[in-house]
Ligand binder design. Structure first.
Ligand SMILES: *Cc1c(COP(=O)(O)O)cnc(C)c1O
Length: 409
């Protein structure tokens, strides 16, 4: 971790994020505050601040551990903060979806015994080698014949390695469509699965319905599609991984409760696969980590027309708001006090000189909001710290452990 002096507040934990080096995402969450008001009173953070709630991390992990009728793994991509990985591991999440050797290193650093699922179907030969030899990865995903052959060339003992075929969903039912980049076409999946089986590997089927998937029926349809592939291939796979895509509860969203997803997936799995032969797996990112962090940003300026400028924006931790139509819940404070006056929709800009650095939708904010006030964006644990850039000299982020943070809608 690189640390730069901040001058005014030496106590603050300031991390300079460098988008080209994933290891810079290793932030630290030292000082513990009971709530955001106490954090503001003690620290008056100069930079945008990510507030991590261990209590929320525990609750989030427990919801999956007790509700999902299979193995829950965590998709590290969505938030690679070591403290978060550690909190999930403490609740029994000990298998992780990793997409790069840097993520493998990170997870092994937190939990040396972690099971790693290398579920990025695109790997260089060097990455495959490092995964097999240095990180003892035993689970891989492929979505074409070429990728399978390149993997197989590195494997000495196929019986120890599980290779899953990723299926491309026929339709998109999520806010973030994942179909363009990965997934075998339905007609290619079955021949690939039977070939993997014939070559002595353990087999799996997997899919990702797209992120922030608002309809459990998308998962159900894909479980049935996967069952069709297994049947056509004449293979009972070792695992069925239903991916991530479970929704977080943002403002204005109407996705059903997670329990609906768990029940519907469990029912579909029970009707289509033999649980004695096939293990049900999920790899949520967003739904696990979104509730565990808030973002505290400061109002830098307000124009006469009402427009607000913040010290964080779409090149920082609010990047995802520019990509998919999610709206985090907000709460505004002046010092430690919550502003409760009437709210109106306000145009909100980020700090850089780029005109794209604006939140796509107006945010409902108190009419008297002014410079120095702070906006807490809730449900900001997913795709926030992970994607901060240092564009235009911004991107510095402070971190704090805060037990009580803004909750779901
Ligand atoms: C990103 C990703 C996930 C996590 O997706 P969420 O929508 O955040 O739950 C899971 N699996 C794979 C392969 C991914 O690429």
């Amino acid at each position: 971790m690189k640390k730069r002096g901040v001058g005014m507040d030496r106590k603050a934990e300031v991390v300079a994020f460098d988008a080209t080096r994933a290891e810079s995402a290793r932030s630290r969450y030292p000082n513990v505050f009971p709530d955001v008001a106490a954090l503001i009173a003690a620290r008056a953070p100069e930079h945008p601040t990510l507030c991590f709630s261990p209590a929320r991390a525990r609750a989030s992990a427990r919801a999956f551990q007790s509700g999902f009728p299979g193995l829950t793994t965590y998709a590290v991509k969505s938030n690679p903060t070591p403290e978060l990985v550690r909190a999930f591991a403490a609740e029994g999440i000990t298998a992780f979806d990793v997409a790069s050797t840097v993520e493998m290193e990170l997870v092994r650093g937190v939990l040396p015994t972690a099971v790693l699922h290398y579920n990025n179907p695109i790997r260089s030969d060097h990455e495959t080698d490092v995964a097999l030899k240095r990180y003892a990865v035993r689970h891989f995903v492929v979505d074409d014949r070429e990728g399978f052959e390149r993997l197989a060339a590195h494997v000495d003992d196929p019986a120890k390695i599980e290779v899953s075929v990723r299926i491309r969903p026929a339709r998109n039912m999520a806010l973030h469509d994942f179909r363009s980049k990965f997934g075998a076409e339905p007609e290619d999946a079955a021949p690939l699965l039977s070939e993997i089986d014939r070559r002595g590997f353990r087999t799996g089927l997997t899919f990702h319905p797209g992120s922030q998937c608002g309809d459990p029926a998308a998962f159900v349809a894909l479980v049935f599609d996967a069952a069709g592939v297994a049947r056509e291939a004449g293979v009972a796979p070792t695992s069925l991984n239903v991916g991530g895509g479970f929704p977080a509860r943002y403002r204005g969203g109407d996705a059903p409760e997670l329990d609906r997803y768990f029940r519907d997936i469990g029912d579909a799995f029970a009707r289509t696969f033999d649980p004695d032969k096939t293990r049900l797996v999920a790899e949520p990112g967003r739904a696990l980590c979104a509730p565990t962090m808030s973002l505290l940003a400061e109002v830098k300026h307000r124009r006469a027309n009402g427009d607000v400028f913040l010290n964080d924006g779409i090149y920082g931790s609010l990047m995802e708001l520019s990509q998919i139509p999610i709206e985090p819940p907000v709460l505004v404070r002046r010092g430690p006090h919550i502003l409760t006056g009437p709210a109106a929709p306000v145009r909100v800009y980020g700090p850089t000189c780029d005109p794209l650095d604006v939140l796509p939708k107006p945010v409902p904010l108190p009419e008297d909001i002014r410079p120095g006030d702070r906006i807490e964006f809730g449900m900001m644990g997913a795709y926030s710290s992970a994607t901060i850039t240092s564009f235009n000299g911004y991107g510095r982020i402070e971190t704090a452990t805060v037990e009580r943070i803004l909750g779901a809608r």
